[in-house]
Design a protein. Structure first.
Length: 316
């Protein structure tokens, strides 16, 4: 196995990624110290009626916002069904844990060793992922190990080696309680680099994706930018989505216009989630790629029609 490049011997992909995710210090904006309080006040004023209508706290994640801004019927169906892990859904969790270990163990382990350490760490927890890993067959575990090892190797060869001075953190939780915690905005950041200095932005939020680019990836990161601002008081400097399979990164600079867009989307999403919780109106059905794994696809007319059209377009 080829050695992973050191911090002073970057591959072309690593150098390109580093250039894109590390803006010069002179290009880092400074924000007013009252921005966090202004956003909190606005969001709570907009959501006070929604909070008053709830019997239990409403937990709002990027996935919930993505669902309610897409197919509400699928969101409701998934809420009614217990989530069970499969090899594809477990792959992302194992890969992310292996990346986390690579940050803290440095170059002491080879990719497959990090994957083995990740699986061992996840198997001892008391959750559904641990149950899946413990009961999966030998072939499934071997395939999972191979796929995650390949992904991690690509990541280590295309993403710049993380230095301590960059203050890298993995799986960082963010949680914001609104209106006496009746509404809880929350998320978990895959990887962050740097941090704010006083009111000057400096943190880069990186999401690691093992699939194809989709529109909602940008929305997810903008939601994280809002969470980061509400928690620390300073917006992040940059949002980056790193597509591991391709070894490429897409970035977006954060400014107040981006925060405004995310704030409006979050407020609208929370209001609709509260309405669906109360049973107000009929859930919208919006056909699209998620129909392929929707639990009600067989009984959904627009979804079924969309799937038929896709099958016909694919030929043969």
């Amino acid at each position: 196995m080829a050695a992973v490049p050191g911090p002073d011997t970057l591959t072309p992909s690593q150098a390109e990624t580093l250039e894109l995710i590390r803006p010069p210090a002179g290009e880092r904006p400074t924000y007013r110290s009252t921005l966090r309080l202004e956003l909190l006040d606005r969001i709570e004023r907009e959501l006070v009626d929604a909070a008053d209508s709830l019997d239990d706290p409403l937990w709002v994640s990027k996935r919930a916002l993505q669902a309610v801004h897409g197919c509400e019927a699928q969101h409701e169906a998934e809420q009614d069904q217990p989530f069970d892990y499969t090899a594809p859904t477990a792959r992302g969790q194992v890969f992310h844990k292996a990346v986390e270990l690579s940050v803290h163990l440095g170059s002491k382990r080879q990719p497959l060793e990090l994957v083995d350490e990740a699986v061992a760490s996840l198997m001892v927890k008391e959750n559904k992922l641990a149950d899946f890993l413990q009961t999966a067959g030998e072939v499934t575990r071997a395939e999972l190990r191979s796929e995650c090892g390949a992904l991690l190797t690509t990541f280590l060869e295309t993403f710049p080696p993380l230095r301590t001075a960059w203050r890298p953190t993995t799986e960082s939780p963010r949680r914001v309680g609104l209106l006496a915690d009746d509404i809880m905005l929350h998320g978990r950041l895959d990887l962050t680099l740097g941090g704010p200095s006083d009111t000057t932005a400096g943190r880069v939020i990186v999401e690691l994706k093992t699939g194809r680019p989709t529109v909602h990836h940008h929305d997810d990161l903008r939601y994280y930018a809002l969470l980061e601002t509400l928690v620390t008081g300073v917006p992040p400097l940059l949002l980056a989505t790193f597509y591991v399979d391709a070894g490429r990164v897409q970035t977006e600079t954060v400014d107040e216009q981006l925060l405004e867009t995310s704030t409006r989307r979050t407020i609208a999403g929370v209001k609709r989630l509260a309405e669906l919780r109360r049973g107000d109106g009929v859930a919208r059905r919006v056909p699209g790629p998620p129909c392929r794994w929707c639990p009600i696809a067989d009984d959904c007319e627009p979804g079924g029609r969309w799937l038929e059209e896709q099958d016909e377009a694919s030929g043969w």
